[in-house]
Design a protein around this ligand. Structure first.
Ligand SMILES: Nc1ncnc2c1ncn2[C@@H]1O[C@H](COP(=O)(O)OP(=O)(O)OP(=O)(O)O)[C@@H](O)[C@H]1O
Ligand SMILES: [Mg+2]
Length: 238
């Protein structure tokens, strides 16, 4: 479970908080998709759950553990997939997975890692090729395999499909769906309304550091979501 309680972040020197008393809960087996314009506070939210930055006020809880109070216990339960998964180009997908799994302290037998790469959708012949020659979609799949290997209970993603072609984005959505069914709590930042509708059980739209609207994914169709998004920012600009 992921939970933000009055989570607030004011960067040094800023007039307005980047994140202003955010409250949200992502129970196990749910995918909360966070939409919103550039600068709305989405990455700030993700970074607070990872304790990459400290909150000004409030709490980011990972399975009930305050990320700012016990960062290593919180991180042990949390996997992270950024827009650009950082991998060692000279190593193969399998070696990268092995390395990142070992440094996280998880068990990493070779056969199980190969099956995780297959489960993440990486073509079999690619697993032992150097990552330097991978496409962006293939790198994201190694990122998913790393998240799977860590057996984390929660997952945060920051624009994981940006730059992926529609087929790769669709495959990625299917992977997220599988993780959800396995009971993970997933918080995914995206600019892709279609992906949010496809993957999300809940969809939130953030504006100026606040959650402006939240929808159940079944309560809104793609067009309705797009209209709500545009209405929100058209009225904000007026
Ligand atoms: N390290 C920082 N120092 C100062 N201000 C920052 C820092 N990081 C972000 N901000 C500011 O905080 C606000 C929220 O930024 P954030 O990166 O969370 O937005 P975002 O919703 O992820 O946007 P995008 O869609 O462009 O990724 C912005 O006004 C941004 O300029
Ligand atoms: Mg961002």
């Amino acid at each position: 479970m992921l939970e933000a309680r009055n989570l607030t972040k004011r960067y040094d020197g800023a007039n307005a908080p980047a994140l202003d008393r955010l409250n949200l809960t992502v129970p196990d087996g749910e995918v909360f998709c966070l939409l919103g314009p550039n600068g709305a506070g989405k990455t700030t939210t993700v970074n607070l759950f990872l304790n990459f930055i400290q909150p000004t006020a409030g709490q980011a809880l990972v399975c009930g553990i305050d990320a700012a109070v016990d960062p290593s216990a919180a991180r042990a339960r949390l996997a992270y997939i950024p827009e650009q998964v950082m991998l060692y180009g000279a190593l193969s997908g399998l070696e990268n997975l092995q390395y990142f799994t070992e440094i996280s302290g998880a068990e990493a037998p070779r056969e199980s890692l190969l099956s995780l790469l297959a489960a993440a959708g990486l073509p079999k012949d690619a697993a032992q090729r150097s990552v330097r020659g991978y496409s962006k979609g293939m790198r994201q799949k190694v990122g998913v395999a790393i998240a799977l290997a860590r057996r984390a209970q929660a997952l945060v993603l920051d624009e994981p499909t940006s730059g992926l072609d529609p087929l790769a984005a669709n495959e990625f959505a299917a992977l997220i769906e599988r993780l959800r069914k396995e009971g993970m709590a997933v918080l995914m930042v995206t600019h892709d309304l279609f992906l949010a509708k496809q993957c999300g059980t809940k969809i939130g739209i953030m504006a100026q550091g606040r959650l402006a609207s939240v929808f159940g994914a079944d309560d809104v169709d793609h067009l309705g979501l797009e209209r709500a998004y545009l209405d929100l920012f058209a009225s904000a600009a007026a």
